[in-house]
Write a protein that binds this ligand. Structure first.
Ligand code: ADP
Length: 407
């Protein structure tokens, strides 16, 4: 059966079409610049990229709304002969950033205006950029494929197993009761995939495998996974908490906000926006949010670029060390995943070298070799270190099959 795994953003829709249960990728693509207009309000062309059969094709139609975006994807699948008919699509799974405390598992959507969509809308306060866009995506697919089941797969669900002491902030308790102020975490689908995959790779039952997952992409988070269940994670109420990222600061003393408000005459919202969009790699290096540019700067001898990586590596190790303790000192594997985790060998070395007191040892040759899934620690390393490329779309497709009861 064929399943669409969808990630709808405010101006884009990414998708993968997968053959299940084989988990084979049939086609993938992205529709970008939905609703783009120029200064005078004139519609601008969008971008539709489609990858299939080893080919990559791009077209540039105007894409006024998500409705047209979804239709363009479906038309392309038929036009290119990837599908004979849309009836071949058995289910659609949507990535949803915020499920709050309400959603404890992936969930079957009860129609475009049902209770599930309403609840996702109610949770939009906690993910204002993401949840509304996901709903637009769900509705657009209902419009195009009214009788196909849709399932929502939440980034927060995997972290719902955190104990109270890990997810509560030491802020007034009423904030939690009234407004749901607590840690929810993010990237849960990726953390779940990697922690399940590593158990297979090291040939140990999932219930007995303890993993520290380092998801290091433009957004980055670390999690401690005990027997397949998340016990702590670095992201918080929003994806700003934790380690420094492409444009996000990670943890700072909250007083920085009021201090900069006073010094620069800004509102708290403006300063938090800077912590989200102009900090991290971009803010520290002054060059770019992209690790490749910051690496180039470091190699040219730029102190701030080197410092950017050192600050991030130090903070990552702060988490790894505390998670080691939280996992009773019994960690089977430290896993790197996502764009930087999979590709940035100097950052991995920077991190692993700091973990020498735990007896963790990097095999530099394996670290430098390019291939996908692999171990990069030495045989005598006390904790194995692995690279496990993440695959959130496969997790979305698996849950779509399971939750929609597809056979
Ligand atoms: P996200 O999905 O959060 O946008 P990704 O997982 O795609 O992010 O990771 C993006 C980061 O990974 C960027 O900082 C980019 O520089 C880095 N990256 C991607 N590919 C490479 C590569 N081949 N070498 C070094 N860094 C890379």
């Amino acid at each position: 059966m064929k399943i669409m795994a969808v990630n709808a953003g405010s101006s884009s829709i990414k998708f993968q079409l997968l053959e299940m249960p084989e988990e084979k990728l049939i086609a993938s693509g992205v529709v970008e610049k939905i609703g783009s207009v120029d200064g005078s309000g004139k519609p601008l062309n969008g971008i539709v990229t489609l990858k299939y059969n080893g080919k990559k094709e791009e077209t540039n139609p105007v894409i006024p709304t998500h409705k047209e975006g979804v239709q363009l994807i479906l038309d392309a699948l038929i036009d290119k002969g990837i599908l004979k008919s849309l009836d071949e699509i058995s289910g659609v799974g949507h990535r949803i950033v915020q499920g709050g405390e309400y959603f404890k598992d992936s969930t079957l959507v009860d129609g475009p205006n049902g209770t599930v969509v309403k609840k996702i809308a109610e949770l939009a306060d906690l993910a204002p950029l993401h949840n509304p866009a996901h709903i637009i995506g769900i509705k657009a697919f209902y419009n195009a494929l009214p009788s196909v089941p849709e399932v929502v797969v939440f980034d927060t669900v995997f972290h719902q197993t955190m104990p109270e002491e890990a997810y509560m902030y030491a802020t007034p308790y009423e904030w939690y009761e009234k407004y749901g102020i607590r840690k929810y975490g993010a990237h849960g689908t990726s953390h779940k995939y990697v922690s399940q995959r590593i158990a297979q790779l090291i040939n140990k039952p999932l219930e007995k495998t303890n993993t520290i997952v380092c998801h290091l992409g433009n957004g980055a988070s670390i999690s401690a996974v005990k027997g397949g269940k998340c016990v702590d994670t670095s992201m918080g109420l929003t994806p700003l908490e934790g380690i420094p990222m492409g444009t996000r600061s990670g943890n700072v003393d909250p007083t920085v906000v009021s201090y900069i408000c006073k010094k620069e005459g800004k509102t708290a919202e403006e300063v938090v926006n800077i912590l989200n969009k102009k900090s991290g790699y971009l803010g520290m290096s002054g060059r770019s949010n992209d690790a490749r540019d910051v690496t180039a700067g470091m190699n040219e001898g730029d102190h701030r670029c080197k410092l950017t990586f050192d600050v991030q590596a130090k903070r990552i190790c702060d988490y790894i060390a505390s998670y080691w303790l939280y996992l009773d000192g019994k960690v089977d594997a430290i896993c790197f995943t996502a764009g930087m985790g999979e590709n940035l060998k100097h950052l991995r070395k920077n991190i692993i070298d700091r973990l020498a007191p735990f007896g963790v040892k990097l095999d530099e040759k394996l670290n430098d070799t390019f291939s996908d899934e692999r171990i990069i620690s030495t045989p005598d390393s006390k904790i194995q270190v692995w690279i496990v490329p993440t695959n959130e779309e496969v997790m979305i497709a698996r849950d779509t099959v399971r939750v929609a009861g597809l056979k």
